[in-house]
Ligand binder design. Structure first.
Ligand code: GDP
Ligand code: MG
Length: 163
């Protein structure tokens, strides 16, 4: 059984914050500026009696939407190849974007389990707002807050379920 879980998504949705939360480290660089995590970062996650590897995908600081898109598409393709489970992180505060749709278009065609992670659901109202992510066509969004840790245990349960 493979056990590599990859975190993908457009810049600034909270991928690195989630990586740090799940691995309980401060390894990944979290920044207010979009696109600041360099390349890829690997860590270990322990949950209940299980253990899996987690990879945070990044992207470099770039100013053009086109370069962003290219870089994200590249990272998503690597994730599809190497990972056993893909966490597709979106952001309930900023909502659904064209870039999210583009990533979803690639992920819908892959044969690996994909979990839509609706991050920044810091309170109950934000959970309701996450319904728009059903439009990605990748199933039920799992609402979490990577910053305050709420519902990350449910996410870990779901990861083990689909692994
Ligand atoms: P990445 O580019 O996807 O890796 O995103 P980061 O992890 O670097 O986070 C981008 C910004 O979103 C930072 O300012 C984080 O503090 C913020 N952020 C991350 N997770 C949450 C969350 O659950 N709630 C809120 N409100 N902000 C978050
Ligand atoms: Mg990052």
């Amino acid at each position: 059984m493979g056990n590599l879980v990859a975190i993908v998504g457009r810049p600034n949705v909270g991928k690195s914050t989630l990586f740090n939360r799940l691995t309980q480290t401060r390894q990944a660089i979290v920044n207010e500026q979009a696109g600041t995590t360099r390349d890829r970062q690997y860590g270990k996650v322990e949950w209940l009696t299980k253990e899996f590897s987690l990879v945070d995908t990044g992207g470099w600081v770039v100013n053009s939407e086109d370069v962003f898109e290219e870089e994200i598409n590249k990272q998503v393709k690597i994730a599809i190849e190497e990972a056993d489970v893909i966490l597709f992180v979106v952001d309930v505060i900023n909502g659904l974007t064209d870039l999210d749709q583009e990533v979803a278009n690639i992920l819908r065609r892959c044969r690996k389990p994909v979990l839509v992670v609706a991050n920044k659901a810091d309170n109950f109202e934000a959970h309701i707002g996450s319904a728009e992510f059903y439009a990605l066509g990748l199933g039920d969004p799992v609402c979490i807050s990577a910053i305050n840790g709420s519902c990350t245990g449910d996410l870990l349960d779901k990861i083990l379920e689909v692994m």
